[in-house]
Ligand binder design. Structure first.
Ligand code: P53
Length: 474
C-alpha cells in the first residue's frame, strides 16, 4: 500500500489548559472546577471539594507548568515536526468568574503569546473553548449547566475568543467530549462536563439531558457567532468515541447495542443535524423526563450545525442485553475477551478506530479530526535520562496503521491526528501524573514534586520520523 495521507494532513499533539498549564492563580485567572478536584487513583476517585482544603492535593494547580514553559515546549513540538497543536483556552483566564461583562486582558495576552509562538514555527493552533474547566463561580452561583443563563455567559466568552484570535486560530471546538456524561452515574464525569454536583434524590439522568441540551444550544450559538465574525473559521464539536460492540450475535444484544450507540452518540447527531433524533421523544416520555426546550432553542440548533467532527479515541466497549433496553453505561458494559486492557482498565483496540471512523463517516458525512488518542502508561526514566517507551510506540503505530486504512482504503475524510498529552500532563480521570501519555517526559510526580525538566522519550524520535514520512514510515 503506497498511498498515504495528503500533504495537508495535520500531524501534531493535544493537551488541555487545566491539565497542562498550571499557574492556576496567575495573570488574573479565576478558580475553575478543576482547581477543586483532588488527586485520585485507579482505585480511589478524585474528590470534588467545595473549598480548597488544607492537607489535600490538587494536581491541576501546578500541572506541567506550561504557563512558564510554553516556549521550550513549543520548541520541542516543532522539533518533532508538529503541523498542529491542540490546546484549550481556560475560560477562567478570560472571564475569572464567568459572569463579568469585560474580559481579563492578561488572560487574552497569555494566549496571544502561545498562538504567536506556535505560528512562528508554522504550527497551526487547534482550540477547544471548554475543556472540563468552567469557572467555579458559575457552579456555586448558578448551578453550572443546570441553568439556562450559562448559554449567555458562554456566548459572551466564545465571542471574545473568536473576535480576538480569529486571525490566528482557524480550527475551533466548542465542548470537549460532551458525551462523557452519558454515564450520569459518575459524579466526576458530570461535574467535568456540566459543573453539576448531584444532591440526594436528584434525577441524574434528567439533569444530565437538560445540561447537555443547554450545552448543545450554546455550542450551536457559538458556531453562528464564530461564522459571523469570520466565515472561514472551522468550528467543530468534540465527541469521546468508544464504539460499543455487542457481546454476541443474539438479536437482543444487537438491538441493545444499537440503542446504546444511539444514546452515547445522540450528542453528535444534534451537533451535525441540528435536531434531536426521533427516538428521543418517546424515550423521554417513557422515562418521565421533562426538559426545558424552547422553539427558539430548536431554531438555534438548526442554524448552528458544526463544520467537522473532532473526536477522541482510546478504547472500545462491549455491551450485553440483560433485562432493560435503556442503555445504562454504569452497568451494561463488560470486558471484551478479544482485547487487552491497559493498567487503568481501558481496552486497547486499534481496529476499533477504523470501525469508528467508518461509522462516523456513514452517519455524519462530515470531515473528521482525531484530536486525542494514546496510551496512558507508567514510564521509567533511566539514570541517563532515557525513557524506553516501546509499549507507547506500539500502541500508536497500531492505531495510526488502522487510521491509515480508514483514510486510504475506506475513503474517510480526516483532517489530522493529534495524539493526547504529547508532553506529559495530569490525567483527567485520576489526577495522576504517573499515568503518562507524552512523547516528552516531564520530571514531576503525582504531587508535583520534581525538577519539571523535559526529556524526550524514545517515542519522540519515532513520531518525528512518522511525521517526516507523512505516515509512511511507522
Ligand atoms: P485520562 C474517559 C473516557 C475517555 C476519555 O484520560 C476521557 C475520559 C475522562 O477521563 O477523557 C479524555 O487523563 C479527555 C482528556 C483526558 C484524556 O481523555 O483520564 O478529553 O482530558 O485527559 C485521557 O487518562
Amino acid at each position: 500500500m503506497n498511498k498515504t495521507f495528503n500533504d495537508k494532513f495535520l500531524w501534531g499533539g493535544a493537551v488541555a489548559a487545566h491539565q497542562f498549564e498550571g499557574g492556576y492563580k496567575e495573570g488574573g485567572k479565576g478558580l475553575s472546577i478543576a482547581d477543586f478536584m483532588t488527586l485520585g487513583s485507579h482505585e480511589t476517585p478524585r474528590e470534588l471539594t467545595d473549598t480548597i482544603e488544607a492537607g489535600k492535593y490538587y494536581p491541576n494547580h501546578k500541572a506541567s507548568d506550561f504557563y512558564h514553559h510554553y516556549k521550550e515546549d513549543i520548541k520541542l513540538m516543532a522539533e518533532m515536526g508538529f503541523k498542529a497543536f491542540r490546546t484549550s483556552i481556560a475560560w477562567t483566564r478570560i472571564f475569572p468568574n464567568g459572569d463579568e461583562t469585560q474580559p481579563n486582558e492578561a488572560g487574552l495576552e497569555f494566549y496571544d503569546k502561545v498562538f504567536d509562538e506556535l505560528l512562528r514555527y508554522g504550527i497551526e493552533p487547534v482550540v477547544t473553548l471548554s475543556h472540563f474547566e468552567m469557572p467555579i463561580h458559575l457552579v456555586k452561583e448558578y448551578g453550572g449547566w443546570s441553568n439556562r443563563k450559562l448559554i449567555d455567559f458562554f456566548a459572551r466568552y466564545a465571542h471574545v475568543c473568536f473576535e480576538r484570535f480569529h486571525t490566528k486560530v482557524k480550527y475551533w471546538m466548542t465542548f470537549n467530549e460532551i458525551n462523557n456524561q452519558t454515564d450520569y452515574s459518575s459524579d466526576l464525569l458530570v461535574y467535568e462536563n456540566s459543573g453539576i454536583k448531584f444532591k440526594p434524590g436528584d434525577n441524574k439522568e434528567e439533569l444530565m439531558y437538560q445540561a447537555a441540551h443547554y450545552e448543545l444550544v450554546a455550542s450551536a450559538q457559538a458556531v453562528q457567532i464564530g461564522h459571523a465574525i469570520d466565515p472561514s473559521l472551522k468550528i467543530g464539536c468534540m465527541i469521546a468515541f468508544c464504539p460499543i460492540y455487542p457481546a454476541s450475535s443474539r438479536p437482543e444484544d444487537i438491538l441493545f447495542t444499537q440503542k446504546a450507540m444511539d444514546t452515547r452518540y445522540y450528542f453528535g447527531d444534534v451537533h451535525v443535524n441540528g435536531e434531536y433524533p426521533t427516538w428521543m421523544k418517546p424515550y423521554f416520555e417513557e422515562k418521565g423526563i421533562n426538559l426545558d426546550i424552547t422553539p427558539e432553542d430548536l431554531a438555534i440548533l438548526k442554524n448552528g450545525t458544526v463544520d467537522y467532527i473532532a473526536f477522541s479515541y482510546y478504547m472500545s466497549f462491549m455491551a450485553k442485553y440483560t433485562d432493560h433496553m435503556d442503555y445504562r453505561e454504569y452497568e451494561d458494559l463488560f470486558p471484551n475477551p478479544y482485547v487487552k486492557a491497559n493498567d487503568w482498565g481501558w481496552q486497547i483496540d486499534p481496529v476499533g478506530l477504523r470501525y469508528s471512523m467508518n461509522w462516523m463517516q456513514t452517519r455524519w458525512h462530515k470531515p473528521m479530526f482525531i484530536v486525542e488518542n494514546g496510551l496512558g502508561a507508567y514510564d521509567k526514566m533511566t539514570d541517563d535520562h532515557k525513557i524506553h517507551d516501546s509499549y507507547r510506540i506500539e500502541y500508536l503505530r497500531n492505531h495510526i496503521s488502522e487510521m491509515k486504512k480508514a483514510v486510504v482504503e475506506d475513503g474517510a475524510d480526516l483532517i489530522g491526528y493529534l495524539p493526547w498529552g504529547c508532553i506529559d500532563l495530569v490525567a483527567a480521570s485520576t489526577g495522576e501524573m504517573k499515568k503518562r501519555y507524552g512523547f516528552v517526559y516531564v520530571d514531576a510526580d503525582d504531587y508535583g514534586q520534581g525538577s519539571m525538566k523535559r526529556y524526550p522519550k524514545d517515542s519522540f524520535y519515532w513520531y518525528q520520523k512518522v511525521i517526516k514520512s507523512n505516515g509512511a514510515d511507522l
